[in-house]
Ligand binder design. Structure first.
Ligand code: PEP
Ligand code: MG
Length: 755
């Protein structure tokens, strides 16, 4: 058999259109379809498998295999090569399929004589609904154009199958909905808050009725017009007042706007139209290619970018079909919980904010753009709820628990009652925190404790007022770099820092210089693979080797802080020389300001983070050189206990309230006190009331935490007798007890301190 090049998708698409138009019974139509594909691709076999309601793949039609096997051959998902295509939703292209470990021979089909195989998934709405495969006797290498043709045909078949003209409705389609039972589904909390409401299915897909172009020139024009109106609508979205207010996710959306202008994307759309597809089918074709890429990418940041492209493709489809974006405010229930496979940030913004109560996604992570936007708008959200779309129907009752990452579908009465109670308790707690918001953060016995928030993006800034915090004890500057597609320029950095200082006003801000590397790798900075990235090329180590990066950042910080109070600290300092070198760089930048006649900051304090145990044993020499110290307990304890803070298997294994860790922290507090150096702690410990109580007992007077923790920690503080806890902690540490946590809980209970 010759290594045939396809006659082109255009000819095949025309033939398929003719077949669909002829009045035939379903089976004859399917038989004609598979023979047309086989002929076009010069394949001896073409087979169509469809997924049934019982989740098995059934051979529905074949050209080349035994016709007796049709409707008699079944494969499980994951079984054989066909089952593997269905399971992975990825194509296979094998010149020697029989040598593949997954090859499963079905005697009734007579396929043992065929060597090569190319199979593609038939996808509908992000789900596999079947598999289309061709085979040849020779060890044939199918070329890329052939693969693309088969994928295009699979797309056409998906549309036809969905319209009901290919298969009987009773047998086709996976995932039966069980409308009677309630379900608890697990995911990850991506935006805090709990809500009860009604399911609204987000339908990004637009059904495309015509796949093959009748007038290609007109389709191209239609595509260009739709692209034009898409770009205008994205520009408009960026100008809306709500976004102005929310601020930070503008950067996410600006990247999105860039994608809408992307030349590569436009070129691929044009190519698809030129191959004979309608404009809408072309948009979907390119979207599917993008999805295939997305499946291969594991880097979360890049996945996000591809997700943005998917979102754009959905919008383009809507522009092409003239369908309105999402249900309008009148069509949404008052407590709409939108359920989707995945969603882009812009799609979320299409919903009427006053009706959108919560979001549930099958995909999504905390750093996904849609999650960033949801948190900014305070919409509770749970992601990573696999297969929820198989279980859910529009209008179902649903509870979204963004705290625990749980979703209850059609919740039973007792679950509803329990949640209603929890929401009630939360509302009361919230009212208590609200009442404390403007009160000074002073203990019962009159000791002032500085409670600050950790922040990193503009979107965090409103929390200063919401929580009544005293300032920002940790501003993670790397977050701006992480959400950007390229290095943020000097002016962008300066603007961010100036906005932070403007918003904070009299409240202090501790800016931490870039802490990139480890779990915060930048996609646009060549990093190389590291065995132990947490202990690798990161933070100040990296900054010293790329001094340009740090120099620019310091310049932006000093420019923003000109004439004001500015505090800068360096992360992951391991020895004194590193701090001295970093401080020296600040001095050079100050001299530069002087040369240019630019005003210096009114006060400039340079501090260090204390995150590496080695530095703790150099405090006597370090402290005279620094203006302040902030303990990064997340890293400090990770290195102290030699456990990976990101490894869920180790979470909770080492108690930070055990004698070892507490003695270390006590030593730090003691040394800083002796040298009169201001000390704070900004790791997760600070945000847990019991741990915060212990830290205050050790002598810490400044704690910085997630904004959400300010309320609970302040409530603990106003009920705490600092002198009593100080004495109690001193005793616990001296006696080296093993049950410190339990001791602290009983102390809090006896003193009526809410922890
Ligand atoms: C820490 O290590 O405690 C810290 C606050 O820094 P990050 O969590 O950003 O590493
Ligand atoms: Mg750290």
């Amino acid at each position: 058999m010759p290594q045939g090049s396809p006659l082109g998708p255009r000819v095949l698409l025309r033939r398929l259109r003719e077949i669909m138009a002829e009045p035939q019974d379903t089976q004859t139509r399917l038989n004609l379809v598979v023979s047309a594909i086989a002929a076009n691709l010069v394949a001896e076999v073409c087979s169509l498998y469809l997924l049934r309601g019982d989740n098995r793949l059934e051979l529905y039609a074949t050209e080349g295999l035994n016709s007796d096997a049709v409707h008699q051959t079944f494969l499980q998902i994951g079984e054989g090569l066909i089952g593997t295509v269905a399971q992975t939703a990825k194509h296979i292209n094998l010149s020697d399929a029989q040598a593949h470990p997954k090859f499963a021979y079905r005697p009734e089909t007579g396929e043992e004589i065929y060597k090569s195989m190319m199979g593609v998934p038939i996808m509908r709405g992000g789900r596999v609904i079947g598999v289309l495969a061709v085979q040849n006797r020779t060890m044939r290498n199918y070329v890329d154009e052939e693969l693309e043709t088969l994928e295009t045909v699979a797309m056409v078949l998906a549309e036809v199958a969905a319209s009901g003209t290919l298969v009987d409705v009773e047998t086709g389609g996976a995932g039966q909905i069980d409308p009677l039972h309630s379900h608890r589904l697990h995911g990850t909390g991506l935006a805090e808050g709990i809500v009860m409401g009604q399911v609204v299915l987000h339908e990004p897909r637009v059904d495309i009725t015509q796949i093959i172009a009748v007038n290609p020139a007109a389709e191209r024009q239609k595509l260009d017009e739709a692209l034009q109106s898409l770009r205008q609508s994205v520009d408009r979205m960026l100008r809306t007042s709500e976004l102005d207010r929310a601020g930070e996710h503008r950067e996410v959306l600006q990247a999105y706007q860039m994608f809408a202008q992307d030349k590569g994307w436009t070129a691929r759309l044009h190519e698809a139209v030129d191959s004979g597809l309608t404009a809408a089918a072309a948009a979907e074709r390119v979207q599917m290619e993008n999805r295939a890429r997305m499946q291969k990418v594991t880097q979360p940041y890049l996945r996000e970018r591809l997700q943005d492209l998917d979102d754009l493709a959905n919008r383009l489809l809507r522009h092409l079909t003239g369908k309105t974006k999402v249900p309008s405010a009148e069509d949404l229930p008052d407590d709409a919980i939108v359920v989707a496979h995945t969603m882009g940030p812009a799609e979320l913004l299409d919903y009427d904010r006053s009706k959108l109560a919560g979001i549930v996604l099958e995909e999504g992570s905390r750093t996904s753009h849609v999650a960033i936007v949801a948190r900014a708008l305070e919409i509770p959200m749970v992601g990573g709820v696999s297969d929820i779309l198989d279980w859910v129907q529009g209008g179902d009752a649903i509870i979204v628990d963004g705290e625990l990452g749980a979703v209850y579908l059609r919740p039973a009465e007792d679950v509803r009652a329990a949640y209603a109670e929890r929401m009630d308790v939360q509302a009361k707690r919230q009212a208590q925190y609200e009442a404390l918001r403007l009160q000074p953060s002073v203990s019962r016995d009159g000791v002032a404790i500085n409670l600050e928030i950790n922040a990193g993006l503009i979107v965090d800034l409103p929390h200063l007022d919401d929580t009544g915090a005293n300032g920002i004890g940790l501003f993670r500057t790397e977050l701006q770099f992480l959400i950007s597609a390229v290095f943020p320029r000097f002016e962008e950095q300066r603007r961010l820092y100036a906005t932070v200082l403007d918003t904070a006003g009299e409240r202090r801000v501790l800016f931490r210089t870039l802490d990139i590397g480890a779990d915060k790798a930048l996609p646009y900075l060549e990093h190389g693979r590291e065995e132990n990235p947490a202990m690798g090329w990161r933070a100040t180590r990296l900054a010293m080797e790329r001094p340009g990066l740090l120099r620019y950042q310091l310049r932006a910080l000093l420019a923003a802080g000109s004439g004001r109070q500015l505090n800068i600290m360096f992360p992951m300092i391991c020895d004194i020389a590193e701090f001295v070198q970093a401080r020296e760089m600040v001095e050079q930048e100050l001299a530069r300001l002087d040369r240019r006649g630019i005003e210096r900051p009114a006060t400039l304090r340079i501090g260090t983070m204390l995150e590496v145990p080695a530095l703790v044993w150099q405090l006597d020499r370090l402290l005279p050189l620094v203006d302040f110290v902030s303990v990064g307990s997340n890293d400090l304890l990770q290195f102290f206990f030699a456990y990976d803070r990101g490894n869920p298997k180790l979470a909770g294994r080492y108690d930070s309230l055990s004698a070892g860790g507490l003695r270390l922290l006590s030593h730090i507090a003691h040394e800083c006190d002796a040298h009169q150096v201001p000390l704070s702690l900004c790791g997760e410990l600070a945000g847990r009331p019991l741990e915060a109580m212990a830290l205050i007992g050790l002598g810490f007077r400044s704690l910085s935490m997630s904004p959400i923790s300010i309320g609970p920690v302040k409530l603990m503080l106003v009920n705490l007798d600092v002198a009593a806890v100080g004495e109690f902690m001193g005793e616990l540490i001296r006696t080296n007890r093993e049950d410190i946590r339990a001791q602290l809980i009983s102390f809090a209970t006896s003193q009526q301190v809410p922890v």
